[in-house]
Structures are given as structure tokens and as C-alpha cells.
Design a protein around this ligand. Structure first.
Ligand code: PA5
Length: 437
């Protein structure tokens, strides 16, 4: 049974409810195409079954590797870019103490990320840290040839070998890559690194429930079984319900598509009121941006953290150009309680809030904002979860992946390729003078 809820208050004041009926056949056909696996990019549908295929042996192998890395490291550096890093970071940041590096004591290493930019100062700062800390490396690249992580790995591999010696460094490096192809696969085989495989049928942005996401998440000390269990529940629900009325991913996919195609709502803001979800928003941006944004079509996926961004983007959202829709991840319960103290003098005038929890106030801010944005012409979807934990994140991951694939099929694009990403690479390689092969 799933705990995620989806609602679309007042969306039919923006679009005519009749249009849902009119487009129902298109939606059903997108769902059928996805589930019967005969649409565009159908050789990349491995993610559909990942949660169901996850078994105890596989889970144990990941945990054993994570525990080995954790035992020998204060820091584990995860090298990867795009789908080879965002899923892990989204889950780890959602679950870990927000001031992790200052509180210590979780008994697990800090997970740091590299290879997702080419910033020299970032790399220099990372090397500074690694000079002083015991560390291991997880290097992730499906193609095994992506420039950003390859540069980072070359630098960190050399550092690690100098610090620990070549033989010990081998025990500190794990590679996650293709089963057979790519420079990283060759390097891992030549050097004898412990290696996990990214299945051929799973693209980067759909790979968080493979070792790409699971190993770093396990290193950080979170429960990968519960995470996958959440995805299993969502998968069963989504595969068993094949109508707009009964399937929340079909509702989300169709309504956002209708707002885009009929009401010119060209930008979707994924909003969370919990700062720890900011990387979940980044993960969503990549998932939808790379999956749908093709053939000069698609909603631009953007994100915001409220109430923080109500004091920056809020003005635009309320009164700027009316091309926005908003999808809110609403978290009903916090893990901890913090009381607002009573103040005899009430100089700040806050005593009226004194009996309320911060979560109650946060949820009220959410409600007030939703009403204001609806008034301002911004349609609003709500995705509610009871709390932020492994199981709710597992549900959300599968929900968004499924909705995104449906969204791609509604737009009639291949949601599983990313041909446009090559354009910048071509120019960069030419400008850098990369030798032709
Ligand atoms: O979703 C995708 O396929 C991409 O974002 C890739 O994950 C990203 O480009 C990194 O590719 P690779 O894992 O091959 O280094």
C-alpha cells in the first residue's frame, strides 16, 4: 500500500474537466505503451522492474561493500555527474543531519561528491580535505567516458595511490559502470577494483535504485531495503491501476500535460518546504529535463525551496508572467519537535504562535501560499508524504520516474535518450583539441 497522496485542488478552474475525458485515450495509450514496453526507447525500461528484482543477496553485497568502505574511511568521495550522482545525493541529503559535518557521531563517513563540475577551486578544496582524512572513492559512469568524472577520477586516483600506495588504494576504490564497455570498465578490470554493473537497460537518470544510488546511500548509513520497498509498493500500485481515476501518476502526467499544451503553462516549479529536499528537486529537474525536453517541446522543470524562495522568486510567481505551474511536495510530519517559547513581554508579537509547532506553521504557510498562487493564476498540484524517510523517498522516486516516462510518451518523444547533451561536448572537445579516434 502506498502512503503518497496526489491532489490537484482547483486545477479545473484552469483547464476544462472535459479535456481530461477528451485526452483519456491518449493517456491510456501512453500507459499501455509504457507497460507493454513497446514505445520509443523501450530498450531502456529496466528501471520499471528494478525494485521487484532487488533481492537479499544483491542487497547484502551492496551493504558489505558499503560497510567495508565505511570502516576504512572518514570520507567517501562519490565521483559522477547527472544521473550518476543526483539520485544518491537527493536521498542522502534528504535523510542525513543537515549539519552532518559538524555533529559527527553518526558512525558513518561523510559522503562528498566530485566530478559534477570542472571547478578547479572545488577540486583543490576537496584535495585539501582528503589530505587530512582517511577516504575511499566510488567512481560512477555508465558510459565510462564522461569527461567531468573522468578528470576527477584521474586526479583523485593519483592522490589516493600516493597517499596509500597502489595496492591499498585498490581496496579503497569501487567502480560502478557498464558490464563491458567504456574506459572506466577497462580501467577497473586492469586495476582489479571491486565493481558493480549498471544494467544496459537502465539510463543514468533512472538509475538511483541500482548500485549507482544504493551504494552511496548505504555508505551514508541509510536503509536501502526500506528505500527499495517503498519503490516496490509504488510500482505495484501503479502497475495495477490503469485509469486516470485510480492512478496518481496518470493524473499528474495528464494534468501537467494539459496545462502545458492547452494553457501555455511552460514551466513547472517543484517546490518543497523542507530544505533537505533541495537535491531531490535537483534530481527531478534532471529526470524531467533530460527525458522530456526534446524536439522543441516540453515543460521546463524548475524548482524552489519555500518559504526561503518566497522571499526571492515569490514576487515573480505571484505576479510575473503567467506561464507557471507548481507542484508541491508536502511533508505532513517532522522527525523532531522544537517549541516556540512563551515570552511575557511579547515584544515580537509572536505569542499567538506559541502553542503551534513549527511544522503546523510551515504547513499553514504552504496552504496560504497555495491559495495565493491559485489566486495569482498558478495552478497547483500537491504530492503529500507522511514524513521524510527511506520508504517515502522510495515511493516518490518511482512515482516521478513513472510519471516522467508517461509525460514523455504524451509529448511523443523518447523519454530515455538525451541526444541534446552531445552538443556542448562536441564544441568543448573541438576547442580543447581532443584528438579524433
Ligand atoms: O541520465 C543520463 O543518462 C545522464 O544524465 C548521465 O547520467 C550523465 O550524462 C552521466 O553519464 P555517465 O554515467 O555515462 O558518465
Amino acid at each position: 500500500m502506498i502512503n503518497t497522496k496526489f491532489s490537484y485542488p482547483e486545477v479545473f478552474s484552469f483547464i476544462d474537466e472535459k479535456n481530461v475525458k477528451a485526452q483519456n485515450e491518449k493517456l491510456k495509450s501512453a500507459y499501455k505503451t509504457l507497460c507493454s514496453r513497446n514505445g520509443k526507447g523501450n530498450d531502456f525500461l529496466g528501471w520499471l522492474d528494478l525494485p521487484a528484482e532487488f533481492d537479499t543477496n544483491f542487497s547484502q553485497r551492496i551493504k558489505n561493500c558499503a560497510d567495508k568502505l565505511a570502516a576504512q574511511s572518514e570520507v567517501v568521495v562519490v565521483i559522477g555527474i547527472g544521473g550518476s550522482y543526483l539520485g544518491a545525493r537527493a536521498v542522502i541529503e534528504a535523510l542525513q543531519h543537515p549539519f552532518n559535518s559538524l555533529v559527527g557521531g553518526s558512525g558513518r563517513p561523510s559522503v562528498l561528491f566530485a566530478g559534477n563540475s570542472i571547478s578547479e577551486d572545488y577540486m583543490h578544496a576537496l584535495l585539501d580535505v582528503l589530505e587530512k582524512k582517511d577516504y575511499s572513492i566510488i567512481v560512477i559512469s555508465k558510459s565510462g567516458t564522461t569527461t567531468e568524472p573522468a578528470i576527477a577520477f584521474r586526479i583523485l586516483k593519483e592522490h589516493c595511490e600516493k597517499k596509500y600506495g597502489k595496492d591499498s588504494a585498490k581496496e579503497r576504490i569501487v567502480a560502478i559502470t557498464d558490464a563491458a564497455r567504456g574506459a572506466l570498465k577497462k580501467l577497473a578490470t586492469d586495476e582489479g577494483y571491486d565493481t558493480f554493473v549498471i544494467p544496459d537497460s537502465v539510463g543514468g537518470r533512472y538509475s538511483v535504485l541500482t548500485p549507482v544510488g544504493l551504494l552511496p546511500i548505504a555508505v551514508a548509513g541509510f536503509d536501502i531495503d526500506k528505500l527499495v520497498r517503498g519503490a516496490v509498493e509504488m510500482r505495484e500500485y501503479l502497475l495495477q491501476n490503469d485509469s486516470f481515476e485510480s492512478n496518481i501518476a496518470m493524473q499528474y502526467a495528464l494534468l501537467r500535460y494539459l496545462l502545458y499544451s492547452e494553457k501555455n503553462k511552460k514551466i513547472e516549479l517543484l517546490v518543497a518546504y523542507e530544505p533537505c529536499l533541495s537535491y531531490f528537486v535537483e534530481w527531478y529537474k534532471q529526470l524531467f529535463g533530460e527525458s522530456e525536453g526534446k524536439e522543441n517541446k516540453a515543460i521546463f522543470p524548475a524548482g524552489a525551496i519555500f518559504s526561503t524562495d518566497l522571499h526571492s522568486l515569490g514576487q515573480y510567481i505571484q505576479e510575473g508572467e503567467r506561464h507557471l505551474m507548481e507542484t508541491v511536495i508536502s511533508v505532513k510530519n517532522s522527525k523532531n519537535k522544537v517549541a516556540i517559547p512563551y515570552d511575557e513581554k511579547d515584544a515580537d508579537g509572536l505569542n499567538y504562535l506559541q502553542k503551534k509547532s513549527l511544522t503546523e506553521i510551515n504547513l499553514t504557510a504552504e496552504k496560504g501560499t497555495r491559495l495565493a498562487h491559485l489566486d495569482g493564476g498558478v495552478p497547483n498540484f500537491q504530492i503529500s508524504i507522511p514524513a521524510i524517510n527511506e520508504s517515502s523517498l522510495g515511493e516518490l522516486i518511482y512515482f516521478f520516474e513513472f510519471s516522467c516516462a508517461l509525460g514523455g510518451y504524451l509529448l511523443d518523444v523518447n523519454p530515455f535518450n538525451q541526444p541534446g547533451v552531445e552538443a556542448y561536448k562536441k564544441n568543448m572537445f573541438k576547442l580543447l583539441g581532443k584528438p579524433e579516434k
